[in-house]
Structure formats: structure tokens, C-alpha cells
Design a protein around this ligand. Structure first.
Ligand code: OAD
Length: 265
């Protein structure tokens, strides 16, 4: 189901909000051509075992396999463009200010390791799962920069580069299964949802902690929670409202409704 009808309660809740939080997952970038993880047929985890490719054990077993997979994804994302949903989120705060007459901060917490929010005009997104564009040394942690361009086609193995400081292998700057998230980012995400009046949860299956816990925390802290996802997810039971629509359809339609609501009751 994909409904472009903007729920009126969402508009009124946003109009009254003093602070808004947005959680995004892989579905946010699906309409930019970046595959999600858990789609039964086309999802990345339908074809690969996450433990082989996105865990410290996988890295220890076969660094070249892991590095090639992340380099392929970096290439894929570099070719992709932000979709209408990314642009709409970047404009949401300004749109709310126009509507309500007061500043309404909008803070985005994303599980996505792409840079499509930023290229869509947003700054300050909390990338709690890291970034495809922030490689670092696996041994000494020094940040590094990419030199060779990423492959345009999947390649089975690419030997990771070496750190210029200590000679260790360079690893992707993403969080793997079994690793801790950056505690400062998690703290900021927790504070953000606690202080928000409205939480939008866009395009996540809601099965990976700790992000999957945030909607419940927001609700317990008094936020009104709205899910935007074409199908039901683990977030749906926590949401006050489930809008069954895709990100690139729903979010621009929401912005349009907010601009039309200006001057309304
Ligand atoms: P998933 O692949 O688990 O879920 C994607 C969600 O997006 C599903 O609920 C889809 O229904 C929804 N979806 C698909 N297309 C959409 C669209 N056009 N608009 C809106 N929603 C759409 O991805 P995540 O929930 O992001 O972690 O996965 C969470 C984490 O699991 C990822 O960050 C990654 C993965 O393993 C790490 O790599 C650490």
C-alpha cells in the first residue's frame, strides 16, 4: 500500500511541536537505488550472511572480501542521488518555522552509512552506524582518506590499503554486528528522542538495537510517534500512527501539506 494522503493528525502534531526527531533506515534511500538489508528477495542480507561480511569475525577471516563489499557499496552510493524524501527532511525545520512562527529543531538519527541526507542538504545527522566514507586504521584508529576510486561493479576481493602511520589494515568506518556504537552519538540520540514532541520513523525494520529501542523511549517520554513505511515493521506496534507510504512519496507530500496548512486553524 502506498498512500499519498497526508494524515491530518501528523500535520497538526508537527505544527504544535517544539522539537522533532526523525529516525531513518535503509528504506529512506531505497528510492535512490540503494538496496535495503532485509527485503526478502533484493535485500543485502538475503544474499549474504551478515556475520561473514559485517562482523569483527568476518574481518578477521577474510579482510579482502569485507573490504571489497564495502568498496562496492561506496561506489554504489557515490553514483546514487538523494531522493525527494531526503530533500524534504532537509527542509522540514524551515517549513515548520514558517508554519508555526517558532523555531522547531529537527534532528535526524540515521542508521544509514550513505551520505544522501547530507547531499540532500541536511547537516548534523547523527550517523549512529558510521559512514562508508570514513575509513580508519583497524590497528591504531587513525582516520584516513580514500585514494583509489571505488569499483563500479561488484568485485569479490580487494586488498585493503595500509595505514600510513602504523602499517595496519584500513577498515570501513562502519559499526559491525557485535561492536559498540559511539557512546556520545547514542547519548545524543537518546536525548534527542526524549526531548522531542514528535518522532518520525522512516524506512526501518526496527530490529537492530539500540536504535530499535528509541521509539519506545520517545513514546514513554511523551512524544507522538509516526511511522512512514510501506509495510508493517517492528516499530508499528509502538507508533501512534502508521502511514503506509514510501519515503520519497510521503515526505514531499507532507511538506506540501505543511505549506498549505499555513494560515489554517
Ligand atoms: P532493513 O533492510 O532491515 O529495513 C528496511 C525497511 O525499509 C523495511 O521495513 C522496509 O519495509 C522499508 N522500506 C523499503 N522501501 C521503503 C521506501 N521506499 N520508503 C520507506 N520505507 C521503505 O534496514 P534497516 O532497518 O535500516 O546495520 O536495518 C538496520 C540495520 O541493519 C542497518 O543499519 C544495518 C543492518 O544490518 C549495520 O550494518 C550495523
Amino acid at each position: 500500500m502506498n498512500s499519498s494522503t497526508v494524515p491530518s493528525e501528523l500535520v497538526s502534531r508537527l505544527r504544535d511541536a517544539r522539537a522533532v526527531a526523525v529516525i531513518t533506515g535503509a528504506g529512506m534511500s531505497a528510492e535512490s537505488g540503494v538496496p535495503t538489508f532485509r527485503d526478502a528477495s533484493a535485500g543485502l542480507w538475503a544474499k549474504l550472511n551478515p556475520q561473514d561480511i559485517a562482523s569483527p569475525e568476518g574481518w578477521a577471516r577474510d579482510k579482502s572480501l569485507v573490504w571489497a563489499w564495502y568498496e562496492w557499496r561506496r561506489g554504489l552510493v557515490s553514483q546514487a542521488q538523494p531522493n525527494a524524501g531526503h530533500y524534504a527532511i532537509a527542509r522540514l525545520s524551515a517549513s515548520l518555522q514558517q508554519l508555526s512562527g517558532h523555531a522547531t529543531p529537527v534532528t535526524v538519527i540515521t542508521q544509514n552509512v550513505d551520505d544522501l541526507h547530507e547531499r540532500g542538504g541536511l547537516s548534523g545527522a547523527l550517523h549512529v552506524h558510521g559512514s562508508l566514507f570514513a575509513p580508519r586504521c583497524a590497528a591504531c584508529d587513525q582516520a584516513t582518506v580514500f585514494t583509489p576510486p571505488p569499483p563500479t561493479e561488484p568485485v569479490e576481493r580487494i586488498t585493503p590499503p595500509r595505514c600510513t602511520r602504523c602499517g595496519g589494515f584500513i577498515r570501513p568506518g562502519v559499526v559491525w554486528f557485535g561492536e559498540n556504537l559511539d557512546f556520545r552519538l547514542v547519548g545524543q540520540a537518546v536525548n534527542t528522542v526524549r526531548l522531542s514532541d514528535v518522532l518520525l520513523v522512516v524506512g526501518t525494520s526496527g530490529v537492530v538495537r539500540p536504535v530499535s529501542d528509541l521509539p519506545t523511549l520517545a513514546r514513554e517520554s511523551g512524544a507522538w510517534v509516526c511511522e512512514i513505511n510501506p509495510i508493517a515493521s517492528a516499530i508499528s506496534p509502538v507508533a501512534h500512527l502508521c502511514w503506509r507510504a514510501s519515503a520519497a512519496l510521503a515526505l514531499p507530500a507532507l511538506l506540501q501539506s505543511l505549506s498549505e496548512a499555513k494560515g489554517g486553524p
